[in-house]
Design a protein around this ligand. Structure first.
Ligand SMILES: [Zn+2]
Length: 225
């Protein structure tokens, strides 16, 4: 049995038959036990005809007619595995600006002006509040805060600023004796993330953790502490 993701070659052959023409196909028999396959042939030739041996075969990975992939895409690790492997914890996630916000995430808005990597679209929102609302937002008083916060959410609705807000946590890895890195949850950092979708937020969180671990491994290997 052969497995084909599309019938393009067969369909084309039907049309070409009236013109006494057909597409040349290459049959492949994988040695690793996968099913036999046929692919439209890509013509190859030797560059130097006097060199011994035949020209190599070039097999297309995608259908030249419809663009379907012939081989199944290599499996990507799931987002859950990536978060697990990079030791990323999600402390909380929230669709902004659906109110009320979880306290942990509402609190971060108090630092919108000071926090260096506060998400820009949200910082802009905070900055465009009038002075009184902004003071209320930073005041630490919960009644004032809630009022200012609903103003902020209203603004976000009007301006079409929305997405997922989340806090990711990741232990800080240290080079360990004898190479490699070690870490403990007694010593970790957090990052505030904002992304258009929940999926994207998790991807960004995984990327952040992976980058931190890659950097720690590189530092451990080069002998830096
Ligand atoms: Zn096709």
């Amino acid at each position: 049995m052969t497995h084909q993701p599309c019938n393009c070659v067969a369909d084309f052959n039907l049309k070409l038959r009236d013109h006494n023409t057909r597409i040349v196909e290459t049959i492949g028999i994988p040695r690793d036990g996968r099913a036999m396959f046929t692919r439209p042939t890509i013509t190859t030739e030797k560059i130097e005809s006097r060199k011994r041996g035949r020209a190599a075969i070039a097999v297309p990975g995608f259908c030249p007619f419809c663009g379907n992939r012939y081989e199944p895409a290599p499996a990507k690790p799931s987002i859950y595995n990536r978060l697990f492997d990079a030791n990323v914890r999600m402390e909380c996630m929230w669709p902004f600006p659906v109110s009320p916000a979880p306290e942990k995430l509402a609190d971060v808005f108090e630092y919108a002006d000071d926090e260096q990597d506060f998400p820009e679209p949200l910082r802009d929102l905070v900055r465009s509040l009038d002075d009184r609302s902004r003071e209320e937002l930073y005041s630490g008083d919960s009644v004032d805060f809630q009022e200012a916060f609903s103003d902020l959410c209203g603004d976000a609705y009007r301006k079409g600023v929305h997405g997922w807000l989340g806090i990711a946590a990741n232990p800080i890895p240290k080079p360990s004796v004898g190479g490699g890195v070690s870490f403990s949850w007694g010593y970790y950092r957090t990052k505030l993330l904002f992304a258009p979708t929940a999926e994207q937020l998790l991807e960004n969180a995984a990327e952040w953790g992976e980058a931190k671990f890659a950097a720690a491994h590189a530092a451990a290997e080069s002998g830096e502490a």
